[in-house]
Structures are given as structure tokens and as C-alpha cells.
Design a protein around this ligand. Sequence first.
Ligand SMILES: Cc1cc2nc3c(=O)[nH]c(=O)nc-3n(C[C@H](O)[C@H](O)[C@H](O)COP(=O)(O)OP(=O)(O)OC[C@H]3O[C@@H](n4cnc5c(N)ncnc54)[C@H](O)[C@@H]3O)c2cc1C
Length: 220
Amino acid sequence: MNVKVDEALYVIERVRHLTESTYVLRFSRNGMEFNPGQHLVLGLPGSSELREYSIYSGIHDDFLEVLIKEVDDGVVSRQLKSIKPGDKLEVRGPYGFFLTESGISRPARLLFISSGTGIAPFHSYIRSNPEVDYQVIHGVRKMEEAYDIRHYKKGSLQVCTSRDNQGDFEGRLTDYLLEVDIDSHRQVYLCGNSNMIFDAMDILRARGIPQRQIFTEVYF
Ligand SMILES: Cc1cc2nc3c(=O)[nH]c(=O)nc-3n(C[C@H](O)[C@H](O)[C@H](O)COP(=O)(O)OP(=O)(O)OC[C@H]3O[C@@H](n4cnc5c(N)ncnc54)[C@H](O)[C@@H]3O)c2cc1C
């Protein structure tokens, strides 16, 4: 039975540590309905400290997942890192309109641009719509931060690594955007830190992508 859930305690089912600082929390879905691109507000039960996290799992999964990077001196990203299966999590939402505000039409040609854990909403969208025509550009420091690369169609993910040479492109994502051919008919979605988003938007506009085809979600 599908029930609308606004705020409730959810049970942690699994914690997957992808790097020393980044992890995926999987928890009970409790019938929650959501659209890829939406986020949840999470925290330890009873805590006044709650933060937003994009949904990482797909709409057909019978669980919910989020991808979290522990931030140096961060409160919630650090608290949640030590959570264990069976523990409870306070969950509010889903909230937001990223990926739905634009009303992605089918068949759409999509370009997803992300830094760090900003790949989460795109992972959810692709997992929910595996047949869609997409390209992902992911900016990370090191290749180990190219999370779950096997979940993306071969040839559809370009990883830009700024601090090692193990990616498809050695350098910043914005340098890659300056060099690569960009299909000006794609709808472009950007997610991650604001510096990357503002710089990338300037480059995209200069390269002929109309503003009406660009959509953003800023994490910090
Ligand atoms: C709509 C939305 C969706 C988000 N989705 C995700 C997600 O899927 N995964 C995820 O890991 N985070 C996501 N965030 C960021 C998240 O909400 C928190 O800001 C982050 O986890 C830090 O919280 P904290 O309590 O640990 O640190 P705080 O104690 O709140 O902050 C510490 C400092 O770290 C800065 N900061 C915040 N995030 C980062 C970061 N990633 N890297 C470096 N510095 C940072 C803050 O600006 C602040 O100055 C999202 C934010 C928004 C607004």
C-alpha cells in the first residue's frame, strides 16, 4: 500500500562505504512516492540538526538511498556516517522540483553535469529511466570519488579528475566543458557546489546553450 509520508522514523537497512568519507545509506521506503531529483531532510531521531540529501535510489527500488560525503567539521554528515543497520533515521519529505520543474519531455536528450555527490539526483533519474538518452559529466578530485560508475551506460559517463590522472579527463570539469563538443539541443542539468555551477553556466551560455535549457540545484 502506498502511503504519503511527510515525517517519520525509517529503519536503516544497509550502509555502503564508497570511500573513506563517502557512504550510501539505504533505509526502508515506507511507501514513499517521489520524483527523481527530489531530496529528503534527514537527521538522527530527535535531533534539531537536519540536512537536505538528494534521493540516490530509483523510483522502482523498494528502498530509499542517499549518497553522503562527510564534510570536515560538518555536524550531520559526520553523525550519519556512524549509523548502523537497524538504527532509526528521521526523514522528512520528499521536497523540491529539480528535474521535474522543466518537465523533461520524451524523448529527451539530457546532459547531466555534477560535482562530487551532486551526481545523486542524476543517478536516481537514470536508475528510474534507464532507456533515456543521457550524458553525465562528473567532476571529482580523484577517480575513487567516481561513485558506482558501473551503474551508468558504457560511454555515457565522463569523469574529470582534478587531482589524479585516472579519469577520462585530467583537470577540472569546467576545463573539460571548454574543450569538448557540446550538443546545443540537450537539456542541461547541473548539481553540486555553487562555484562549479556558476562557472559551468557561463561556459555553457558562451558555447551556445540557451538559458531556457539550463537547470540547477545548488548544494552549498
Ligand atoms: C537540495 C540539497 C540537496 C543536497 N544533497 C546532498 C547529497 O545528496 N549528498 C551530500 O553529501 N550533500 C548534499 N547536500 C548538502 C547537505 O545538505 C549538507 O549541507 C552537508 O552534508 C553538510 O552538512 P553538515 O551538517 O555535515 O555540515 P554543516 O555543519 O552544516 O556545514 C559545514 C560547512 O560545510 C559546507 N559544506 C556543505 N556541503 C559541503 C560539501 N559537500 N563539501 C564541502 N563543504 C560542504 C557548508 O557550506 C558549511 O560551511 C545537499 C544540499 C541541498 C541544499
